[in-house]
Design a protein around this ligand. Structure first.
Ligand SMILES: Cc1cc2nc3c(=O)[nH]c(=O)nc-3n(C[C@H](O)[C@H](O)[C@H](O)COP(=O)(O)OP(=O)(O)OC[C@H]3O[C@@H](n4cnc5c(N)ncnc54)[C@H](O)[C@@H]3O)c2cc1C
Length: 380
């Protein structure tokens, strides 16, 4: 067992820490206030090779393992949870294309992704959230084509750039089937036949973008199918195993940011003639928070390492996502409490971090869904 990073990983860590400090953190408040999506940051990340982090070198990426993904996403999340979320979704789509795509799809889309075109993952529908098997968006076969009708909601990244692409998971015909009938399509954002609907006004991660997508007779060639026809559920769940490690990493970063804010505040806030950090009650809070943050990182790196060594990692990805996201909420709430009334004011970063943390136990599978995955694995 080895808890040390390699020399290359340490170099990557230093690079991403510098980038996050100089280019990401200074924008976090502004993105939160304005809801601006940080396209400029992703252009800079593409130049540094970060948009193709998990894309094999032959398709223009870095070919780095999931442990590096954890490092990059968590460092970004420490600086800005919105930027980390959009990036985590992008890496999830890279992963899906590389794992399930045909050679033609990989050659077409992976170099574009590495160059900075953002990916989107379109699974959720108004009536199908946790119950992803009950989709109502249909693809009607028409010769070599499929005609897609329906809508998706809460889709990250898609509204923001013209140059992007998406994986849509849908049903192959109008006969309602269980998830065995789902099919995934990989589609260029410029394909006619779909429109961006409502762009959501969110409580947190306000610099990330989430929208509704409406399909009206969108015509896609059968070569757009990702994986095999009828295996869309496998594509979706395979992607989510990897994606959950990404959100666990985002959660670790948010939790660590909250802990750092609490430590800094406790050292400077004087009450009863001394910094509140001198009080054992506050010290014990900080000790509990730091222990949980460390445990969240360990679970997340373990799940990533299992992924990297081709071990079945679904249960561990869910454990990491469940624990890290609950920890981020708990630590953010405690850090907020340590700030007293000032934590409620927008002058202090903890106000934003507390709101940003709230979504972590919900997307890419709620905590309840993660517990279902974990207990199913235990009981099978
Ligand atoms: C900011 C944001 C970004 C998102 N980005 C994307 C994206 O890019 N792509 C995408 O496809 N989706 C995305 N989503 C959707 C997200 O994955 C879903 O919101 C999430 O899976 C939960 O679905 P739901 O909101 O419909 O809640 P529901 O499924 O309606 O759940 C409501 C409550 O019921 C509980 N529940 C449901 N079923 C069970 C059960 N069997 N046992 C116990 N409890 C249960 C849930 O845990 C939850 O507490 C995003 C959502 C948000 C808010």
């Amino acid at each position: 067992m080895d808890f040390e990073f390699t020399k290359e990983q340490l170099l990557l860590k230093k690079m991403i820490q510098d980038f996050a400090k100089n280019e990401v953190a200074p924008l976090a408040d502004e993105l939160d206030k304005t809801g601006h999506f940080p396209v400029e940051t992703f252009a800079k990340m593409a130049k540094l090779g970060l948009m193709g982090l998990n894309i094999p070198k032959e398709y223009g990426g870095q070919g780095l393992p999931d442990s590096c993904k954890v490092m990059v996403i968590s460092e970004l999340a420490k600086a800005c949870a919105s930027t980390a979320e959009a990036y985590a979704v992008h890496l999830l789509v890279n992963y899906i294309i590389n794992k399930f795509g045909s050679e033609e799809q990989k050659k077409e889309f992976l170099p574009r992704a590495a160059a900075g075109e953002l990916g989107a993952f379109c699974l959720t529908e108004p009536g199908a959230g946790s119950d992803a098997g009950s989709l109502q968006t249909f693809a009607q076969p028409d010769g070599d084509y499929f005609i897609i009708n329906g809508s998706k909601c809460f889709i990250s990244n898609l509204s923001e750039t013209e140059g992007s692409f998406a994986v849509f998971i849908t049903l192959p015909d109008r006969v309602k089937k269980n998830h065995g009938g789902m099919t995934a399509f990989l589609v260029d954002r410029r394909t006619p036949g779909f429109e961006i609907g409502k762009i959501e006004d969110k409580m947190g991660i306000r610099g990330a973008s989430v929208c509704e997508v409406v399909f009206s007779d969108m015509r896609v060639h059968k070569s757009c199918i990702l994986g095999k026809p009828g295996e869309g559920f496998k594509v979706a769940m395979g992607g989510l195993d990897s994606g959950r490690i990404g959100i666990a990493a985002q959660s670790c970063g948010v939790a660590e940011a909250a802990l750092n804010e609490a430590i800094a505040y406790a050292k400077t806030r004087v009450q009863f003639g001394k910094p509140i950090a001198d009080k054992q009650g506050i010290q014990f809070y900080l000790a509990e928070m730091a222990t949980k943050v460390e445990a969240a990182y360990l679970l997340t790196y373990k799940a990533a390492s299992m992924f990297d060594t081709n071990q079945p990692a679904g249960k561990n990805a869910s454990m990491a996502k469940f624990y890290a996201s609950e920890t981020a909420n708990e630590v953010a709430a405690r850090a907020f409490q340590i700030h007293g009334g000032y934590g409620y004011m927008k002058d202090y970063p903890i106000e934003r971090i507390y709101r940003d943390a709230r979504i972590l136990t919900v997307y890419e599978g709620t905590s309840e869904v993660q517990k279902t995955v974990i207990s199913r694995a235990l009981l099978k």
